[in-house]
Design a protein around this ligand. Sequence first.
Ligand code: SF4
Length: 970
Amino acid sequence: MTERSLDDLARRVSAARAEVEARGETFYPGPSRINLAAFPPKERWDNWVELDSRSFPKRIEKRYMLVPTTCFNCESACGLLAYIDKETLQVRKFEGNPEHPGSRGRNCAKGPATLNQVTDPDRILYPLRRTGARGEGKWVKVDWDEALDELAARIRKAITEDRHNEVMYHVGRPGEDGFTERVLATWGVDGHNSHTNVCSSGARAGYHFWTGIDRPSPDHANAKVIYLISSHLEAGHYFNPHAQRVMEAKQAGAKLIVLDVRLSNTATHADHWLSPYPGSEAAINLAIANHLIQNDLYDREFVRRWWNWKEYLASEHPELEERFEVFEPLLKELYKEFTFEFAAAESGVEVETLADVAAIVATAGTRLSTHNWRSAAAGNLGGWQVSRTLFLLSALLGAIATPGGTYPNAWNKFVPKPIYSPPHPLTWNELTWPLEYPLALNELSFLLPHFLREGRGKLDVYFTRAHNPVWTNPDGFSWIESLTDLDKVGLHVALTPTWNETAYFADYILPMGHSSERHDVHSYEQYDGQWIGFRQPVLKVARERLGESVADTREVNPGEVWEENQFWIELSWRIDPDGVLGIRRYYESEKSPGTKLSVDEYYGWMFENSVPGLPEKASAEGLSPLEYMRRYGAFEISKGVGRVHEQQVSPDELTGTAESRFGRVFATSVKPPSCNVVPQATPEPDQFGRRAVGVRIDGEVLRGFPTPSGRLEFFSTTLASWGWREHALPGYIRSHIHPAALSPQQMPLISTFRLPIQIHTRSANAKWLDEIAHSNPLWMHPVDAARFEIGSSDLVRVSTEIGHFVVKVWITEGIRPGVVACSHHMGRWKLTDQGQRQMMATVDLDNTDGRWGMKRRSGVEPYESADADTKRIWWTDVGVHQNLTFSVHPDPISGQHCWHQAVSVSKAEPGDSYGDIFVDTTKAHQVYLRWMELTRNALAVSPDQTRRPYWLMRPLKPAIEAFRLPKVRT
Ligand code: SF4
């Protein structure tokens, strides 16, 4: 298209906008660029008419009711509109919800594919209980009451016998903000376990040490320079909402810099693609930082005001005056070793390229948006320093909470208060928060089999929910060993909408709803603003619009599929039917005391009482807040949040405050909120800044950041005082796959990427996605292929520390020479014919004293089902389950599993077949023990007799009393 016709289009779009807005209607800028009904106007959502495509060429009109919900296929929570056929009351399709402020009507392929998940002929529709041995694959249908009663009795017994730590809930993608954490808090158990340490905790730790908040919120749309360390346009965090804003910025002239070992889809859109040696990303960040520092290209005023440089001087140079002019030369000294030459030697990227990129970053000013998620931070020993050094660039340029800069995520996220807030549990679970990891940001979830093997504890009731550790985690055979040992795991309950490798080793499988079959509320940082989204069971809403009443989602969901909110309310009620344990009161109706809290009352209360602006907005349309959310599915609370840290603290808040030596201002008489008991003795604020009210900057008390100092912590007093002084500054830690750590036969394997069409366990039952992406060949550069004398599609054996897998090769120049890569979202398997048949191979397992083998019996094939498309399956491949052959690599500080592997690659051996796996779990335990030696135990390093710094974030934070260390000091 020529520039002239583009201009013409732009004029027509403006005219169309003016015309629509003049009528008082909403203008939906759509993908057509000329707004040809890109989205159905919301005024017509009750009766939307489309021609039936199946009846073509006849013109048959179909009438739909459009009901919003949100996608559950990744963490972005994009808005969806369910098109519900008014004749059949069935969902015909899912498309984007234009009223959703984050996704703005757009979705990736996985959003519309929700329809496949809902109609999947292989999905689990009824509660199942095992009848044979665990893992034997024999199941019987049971009713919900039977399952609930057994679970409730066991949990009640564990609680009353003070075995709180034997109850654990292990979640993958939560998809909601805090509902289930609060359920566990009402039970008084420290039983929350997450997947985050196999996902993003490395990146989170780097951000958290700087800002007191564990995620960034880059304002990509307004950036001048965008610097990404991840394949963000296809698979990064919040990727569809972010990707559309990255592209907007590019269209406005922004430069995109991408660090990625592979030529990802994101790298193909970059102005500068750097393919560094994996693990060297922090060295590149530091070289750019050094360029800014040595050439005085940083924002001096921002650094002077907001960095905690005084604490650095006081701690590391107590002999010097605490003046900024003293600090600046030291800053130059600290980073002078990180030259372009140094970074080039570490990364293999040319000096000139690094210098070019540094020069571009230097031009960004406060419009530098940066993001690292998973990727390098999840791959390497010390990966948390990748995000810490990345944020150093933003902090040097003052590009924090500025248009086009990067915000702390909590400022662009809104978590509404629920109707009840239980106290924090009094217990501490060392199976998830062991003493060896006082600074880990999340649960050491992936070490659970090793902790159970060592006898550190046992589980009486273990829930897995939207999580599949046997397949997703490293070292899956150790998980199978634990899950099949009834002395270690008394009862395993898999809460899942679909079959998965972990569910096969459950006692109960309880079918949970997909994104159009359940309620959740959530909010994610996707731009400089705050919104909440509402996931809802769309057929309930449709029937209620027609005047029916639906009290239980099982009335409208397929089979006996339930939603989790109602499940947890019912289970909690049965644990404490008479209210003696103090649990039941959190599940009672406020409107009708003594009766059960309904989901409608729960969300109705929340939207009425704790979402600013929603009641007024709803009332303007003659709706209650709940009705408004049911109608539109999302609400934008604020836009342009801006520089929260620069806000002045009001004189009222300053009454009765005290100030620390470095200007942190604390309230001295705090009445703690009921849900967060903060004792007066705690020396530092909690993660929400609830005790600290501000920080004095140049004579004014400003809101600041929720760190111990109230400033950006260039120098982490926490790392310094908890035994890691050598890493208290943003720096460079050589990875476990650094060339110096590899033998001549070894090379790095990158397994932290995924194809954009699939996501972990949840998308395998989506036929459209399976058809597009069902294989994960090993990426190999032609230079390496020639070295190994390997051709495309040849089989190779990839050997790790504990075993090997056999996979096909894809020869491509889209990978750095000397590195191989394999997507981790493939290789699904099942042991029997029962299970998901579109994306799971059927395999045989063999185990002799911890020496495990997996052989593929068959790939996928066409089959008869209620869906005629299953007869049309043409692919047989489903990829290879490489994660089984990875041992655990817990980073000693962040606790993140360091995914990258040192492997040797060789031609497949005689007898090797595609998909073969071999693993020795005894060796896996030895590797675990080696990594444990890197840790520094809280018993040895805690400066204050606590297990962990109280201010650090923790999902489901226990009461302060539980933070005290056990008495014995080693
Ligand atoms: S990015 Fe795709 S998978 Fe993720 S929530 Fe949006 S539509 Fe769903």
